[in-house]
Design a binder for this molecule. Structure first.
Ligand code: AMP
Length: 639
């Protein structure tokens, strides 16, 4: 495919409004790219799908990646490493002797976007005609891809100027729309309105939709110029729909998750259909996107999962470990020393030698593990996240820094072990495999089914210097790149509340001499009217002093020592008693955390704290400084 054809189609793609129209037009473009040169590669899907395209004639993987602003697949650690300044310099040179890099920068400031700046200079017109004797040597998609791959391979002294020269050479061969496409591509700023979701759907639509006839007009292949979808977009926008089934789209999505390569997946879909996509599997040495978490509460977790896997949330940097001890790589029978990838799939192996050693020492089967690298002090206690950053992407002085900051891996998931892909297995199963691989170096899976137990685990994690807890669905599969509801990061406490202790219940058993549960109230300036009769012992359960409104009871988070202290301080203020319930004069202000504030008829404020936790006594506050009902309303979102 000529590069000019791709650039022109891309311009038209960018001008289309509407998601379905865009997807259909992208699908048409993929069909065209995929049929242009496939005679050369028929029967050799592997070669075509290989991430290292070698000019074999199949434009599909390249076009698919280019549309997403990529030359290399996401898992590939190679980069073009072309910054905006280098790109501006190459454009300036191609624009002619009267244009400087700062002129280009000025134009960029005016136009705000590098593509339209490159197009405005008519670079091919300036140099191309002169250099090529009046006929522009047409660029092909494959040639641009190859040139950019060569450019990415430049390294060492003078590599920057060689990159600039190569890019300049390409620009001098570009028409305005090609120059715009190239400039956006090398900077990874395509702005076509075509995101990953669009390409996923377009691949399904292009190659997996049930009816091969596009538009129902009976021609087997789309028009060479891809008019169909554009006409459809103009004339039939009301009844446009994708023909690809949800199942087909899911198969594409799945293959993308395990391969992280849109080009490869497009080729598989075209050549082998849904079955071929389903056959794609993880490969040790090819990182996948990390599964992510949403914020959530302990109650959310218990409500949704029943039993909750409670893990320490480590404050470090995410790492995916790939290791295939000799001869064990699932893909090709070759060994692979431990490789470590960041959350962005950058290769960070060289920066973390002790993690490499740790893995090599313990693991003896091929694995893909997910975990967090944390910095620790001499006692093994965690250090703040910033300390990890001092090590994480370091290319120089690694050994010296290793003396200063020690790192430790906490592996918490296992995506592949000994030839088995585990993405579809439950966390329970994956964790068993993790234990089998790492032995005692992996913690037991801790399960809890009530918020109090989760709160206790969180306190332990915080006390040990960690960030908190992650709450995971033990039955859930591992979904790469997905920020779903199966992993919840416990929300840090919302603002705490400073409440007045207006009552208590005596404890039971060995704590019968101590108060156990404390009734909390906030100031309610407007609500003094219907206070209960505090002299009537029968009314003691409701004993609320005038000017206060109750919001809940707290029993969690109070140590034995704090209980004894509270009892001693509050006993002199008892003003009424009924059974095991007592009422106090408002004297003591305590700080309480909670998960949320709900409206509730149970307490006189009309609100209740969900899962209140005792934080401490506010020695510095008198009852007049305690929080008000107005603040509770605000925190509940009602004001
Ligand atoms: P956040 O960065 O606040 O969105 O929290 C999610 C991040 O917590 C993940 O990307 C991991 O880097 C990190 N993390 C720490 N411990 C765990 C764990 N046990 N499970 C999953 N992620 C964890």
């Amino acid at each position: 495919m000529e590069f000019a054809a791709l650039a022109e189609r891309a311009d038209r793609l960018a001008a289309i409004d509407g998601d379905i129209e865009t997807t259909l037009a992208a699908a048409d473009l993929l069909v065209d790219a995929g049929s242009a040169g496939d005679a050369d590669v028929a029967g050799d899907a592997d070669a075509a799908a290989d991430t290292d395209t070698d000019g074999s004639g199949d434009d599909l993987p390249v076009v698919t990646r280019f549309l997403l602003g990529r030359v290399f697949p996401a898992h590939d650690t190679r980069t073009l490493d072309i910054g905006p300044a280098l790109c501006r310099e190459a454009i300036a040179r191609a624009a002619g002797p009267n244009v400087s890099a700062s002129d280009v920068e000025d134009r960029l400031a005016e136009r705000g976007e590098i593509g339209s700046v490159a197009a405005a200079y008519d670079l091919g017109g300036q140099r191309g005609l002169a250099a090529f004797g009046g006929g522009r040597d047409a660029l092909t998609v494959a040639a641009v891809d190859e040139a950019l791959r060569d450019l990415a391979a430049e390294s060492g002294d003078g590599s920057e100027s060689r990159k600039r020269d190569a890019l300049f050479g390409l620009f001098t061969r570009c028409s305005p729309s090609e120059a715009a496409f190239l400039a956006r591509l090398v900077l990874g700023e395509m702005r076509l309105g075509v995101g990953e979701g669009t390409i996923r759907d377009a691949v399904a639509e292009a190659f997996l939709a049930p009816d091969p006839e596009r538009d129902g007009e009976g021609d087997d292949a789309p028009d060479a110029d891809g008019e169909d979808a554009f006409e459809a977009a103009d004339s039939e926008s009301n009844d446009l729909a994708l023909r690809a089934s949800d199942e087909a789209i899911a198969a594409v999505e799945r293959a993308l998750q395990v391969t992280n390569d849109y080009g490869r997946v497009a080729v598989r879909a075209r050549d082998e259909g849904t079955e071929g996509l389903r056959a794609e599997s993880l490969r040790v040495g090819r990182p996948v996107q990390a599964m992510l978490a949403q914020a959530g509460t302990a109650t959310d977790a218990v409500d949704s999962f029943g039993e909750v896997a409670v893990e320490t949330k480590f404050d470090g940097a995410r790492v995916q470990v790939h290791y295939a001890p000799d001869g064990g790589n699932s893909g090709d029978g070759e060994g692979l020393g431990p490789r470590l990838y960041s959350r962005n799939m950058d290769d960070v192996t060289e920066a973390l030698p002790e993690i490499v050693e740790y893995v090599a020492d313990r693991v003896d089967v091929p694995v893909i593990l997910d975990g967090e690298v944390v910095a620790v002090d001499d006692a093994g206690d965690p250090l703040p996240f910033q300390e990890v950053l001092r090590r994480f992407r370091r290319k120089h002085d690694v050994d010296r820094m290793r003396e200063t900051v020690s790192l430790r891996l906490h592996a918490f998931d296992c995506l592949h072990a000994d030839g088995d892909d585990l993405l579809d297995e439950s966390l329970r199963v994956r964790h068993d495999r993790l234990r089998a691989v790492l032995g005692d170096a992996a913690a037991d899976l801790a399960l809890a089914d009530d918020p109090d137990a989760i709160a206790a685990a969180e306190r332990d994690a915080l006390d040990a210097g960690h960030e908190g807890v992650m709450l995971k669905n033990p039955e859930a599969a591992y979904t790469p790149g997905d920020r779903g509801r199966d992993w919840l990061k416990r929300k840090p406490d919302v603002e705490t509340l400073d409440a007045v202790v207006v009552g208590a219940e005596w404890g039971e058993g060995r704590r019968a001499e101590l108060f156990g549960t404390f009734l909390l109230a906030v100031r309610d300036e407007g609500g003094a009217g219907d206070a209960p009769d505090r002299d009537d012992p029968d009314d003691a359960a409701d004993l609320v002093p005038p000017g206060y409104a109750t919001v809940g009871k707290v029993a969690t988070g109070i140590t034995d020592e704090a209980l004894a202290d509270l009892t001693e301080r509050l006993e002199p203020h008892v003003v009424g008693e009924s059974g095991t319930t007592v009422a106090f004069d408002p004297e003591l202000v305590v700080e309480v955390g909670y998960e949320e504030i709900q409206t509730s008829p149970t307490y006189s404020a009309g609100y209740a704290l969900r899962f209140p936790r005792f934080v401490g006594v506010r020695e510095d506050k008198s009852v007049d400084d305690a929080d008000s009902l107005a603040r509770v309303r605000r925190l509940a979102g009602d004001d």
